[in-house]
Design a protein around this ligand. Structure first.
Ligand SMILES: NC(=O)C1=CN([C@@H]2O[C@H](COP(=O)(O)OP(=O)(O)OC[C@H]3O[C@@H](n4cnc5c(N)ncnc54)[C@H](O)[C@@H]3O)[C@@H](O)[C@H]2O)[C@H](O)CC1
Ligand code: K
Length: 490
């Protein structure tokens, strides 16, 4: 798992890593710049476009100068636009400035006509994580001009103007792609900043995750290696009982499809036995949609404890509080709660106390705000999610572009998979199915959450490669098996 450090911890990290590797700060900058340039050559190597690098006075600008040199060496036509003189720039900036080849175009901001860069590749190296106040003066002027002209816009480490761990104040660079070093900065993961960040790429500086562990931070970025480790292995003699018996409750009032999506997702995630308790009249459609599903009626309440996991809520509508309460009182293992089950809790706050510890709640932003009250911005929402998870000893899966799992021990894990094409009806029901399936297979709630959000996102990525904006939730669940294959899980 990759730790996400706050901006003010990065210089500590740099110092410590430089010492550990016995390298100079310039060498670390060269590594970072090469990581960017290698990414650039892979994605833009064949582009004949002119490259313009806008370099601020700090080390982000220093990266920009090194990248300008490296891309020039690879045959690109490169110009740099500078905002500071040698004497008022950082030490490694100065080193890299001296190393600039003669044939690179060099402009001072005051003399630069921004129309020259129109249509080229614009690399933003004005400010990185060292920004400590809103943009003003020539920096603001430059960003406003860059945001107006055409061409592809790429930010180094973070779009200039965004603080690394806080909400933007004023203007910032509108990037098409942000190439962040080592780990994504927290502020790149919030929906409030999506228009600045564009697509997010994270490039490795060779700092091992174990090294990052030395630094205090509650935030993590989920990566495939740790997802792989968290999977339970099954063997030749495993039988369907080992893969769990799960029950889904929901699918009423014209929304039976929601619970079918959850149930089918559980089958595709590997559940041995999948039961559905939906409205009586929907039995036929459930059987017709998947022959492997079993349907239940009210009498299932008597043997509800026989199940290994429950998934409640998709398409459930409003059920009597008494029934909901009885389910929570009768089933004391972790439960997955989604959609209408979350709305029940939002309306009846006394239900919080009945949630089995380790339960998983999967609100989208709207549902979350009903549960926790309105938030000023996503940073505020993340704080509330942390508090709710700690207080109620539950796992809170706040769904979105970088779904965030808040755990009872106060940590927050951001998912790294998924695409914009997953924002489609029923996508969340599929996630409920996957999570319930993992719980039923005996995964700890934490492993279920991490594996669940990761496979959901990966299945969505695979599905949307074929179906792009026509991707529907059924496509996502059909690709769950491929997401296992991709990770080498049998
Ligand atoms: N381990 C890594 O990730 C590495 C990252 N690198 C790059 O270094 C930058 C951070 O560099 P730093 O010098 O600390 O900060 P900045 O370049 O962002 O600029 C700070 C500089 O600017 C002044 N300043 C701050 N805000 C403003 C403002 N609004 N207006 C004017 N001036 C401002 C501040 O006082 C400083 O003087 C990181 O993002 C990476 O790109 C390294 O290359 C190596 C390892
Ligand atoms: K930048």
């Amino acid at each position: 798992m990759l730790k996400i450090l706050s901006g003010n911890k990065v210089s500590e990290l740099d110092q410590s890593f430089i010492k550990h590797e016995n390298i100079s700060s310039w060498q670390l900058m060269e590594r970072a710049s090469l990581a960017f340039s290698n990414w650039f050559m892979q994605s833009h190597g064949n582009s004949g476009d002119k490259v313009f690098v806008f370099c601020g006075p700090g080390n982000n600008g220093g990266d920009g100068l090194a990248i300008a040199r490296q891309l020039f060496d690879k045959g690109f036509s490169v110009s740099v636009v500078l905002f500071s003189s040698l004497s008022n720039s950082s030490k490694d900036w100065q080193e890299n400035f001296k190393m600039l080849p003669e044939d690179i175009g060099k402009f001072q901001f005051d003399d630069f006509d921004f129309q020259l860069a129109d249509g080229g590749i614009i690399i933003d190296a004005l400010f990185g994580i060292g920004i400590n106040r809103p943009l003003e003066g020539k920096f603001l002027k430059a960003i406003l001009s860059l945001n107006k002209i055409g061409g592809e816009k790429i930010a180094i480490d973070i779009p200039s103007g965004l603080p690394s761990d806080d909400l933007v104040e004023g203007e910032a660079f509108l990037a098409d792609v942000t190439v962040s070093f080592q780990f994504p900065k927290l502020s790149l993961l919030v929906p409030d900043h999506v228009k600045f960040v564009g697509d997010l790429e994270v490039v490795d500086l060779g700092i091992p995750s174990s090294f990052l562990e030395r630094f205090e931070s509650p935030y993590y970025f989920i990566q495939s290696a740790s997802v792989k480790q968290g999977h339970t292995k099954f063997h030749k003699f495993s039988h369907k009982g080992d893969f769990g018996r799960v029950l889904f409750i929901g699918g009423r009032k014209g929304k039976v499809g929601a619970i079918i999506l959850s149930a089918k997702a559980a089958l595709r995630t590997g559940s041995g036995l999948v039961h559905v308790w939906a409205e009586g009249s929907s039995e036929d459609v459930i059987h017709a949609s998947a022959l492997e599903l079993m349907t239940e009626g009210e009498e299932v309440m008597k043997r509800i404890d026989d199940f290994d996991a429950l998934g409640i809520g998709p398409g459930m509508g409003e059920i009597p509080e008494m029934v909901f309460e009885e389910i929570l009182r009768s089933f004391r293992k972790p439960i997955v709660l989604d959609a209408d089950a979350l709305n029940m809790i939002a309306r009846h706050s006394e239900l919080w106390d009945l949630l089995p510890s380790g339960s998983i709640l999967t609100p989208h932003v709207g549902e979350f705000d009903r549960l926790a009250g309105k938030s000023m911005d996503h940073f505020d929402r993340l704080k509330k999610a942390k508090t709710l998870a700690e207080k109620n000893k539950i796992y809170l899966v706040l769904k979105g572009a970088y779904t965030c799992i808040s755990t009872p021990d106060g940590k927050q894990y951001f998912n790294s998979t998924g695409t914009k094409h997953m924002a489609t009806a029923g996508s969340g029901d599929v996630l409920t199915g996957i999570l319930t399936s993992f719980l039923g297979q005996g995964y700890s709630p934490f492993n279920a959450c991490v594996a669940g959000v990761y496979h959901h996102g990966l299945a969505g990525e695979i599905a949307s490669k074929e179906k792009v904006r026509g991707t529907i939730a059924s496509d996502i669940l059909e690709k769950i098996p491929e997401s296992f294959l991709k990770l080498g899980i049998d």
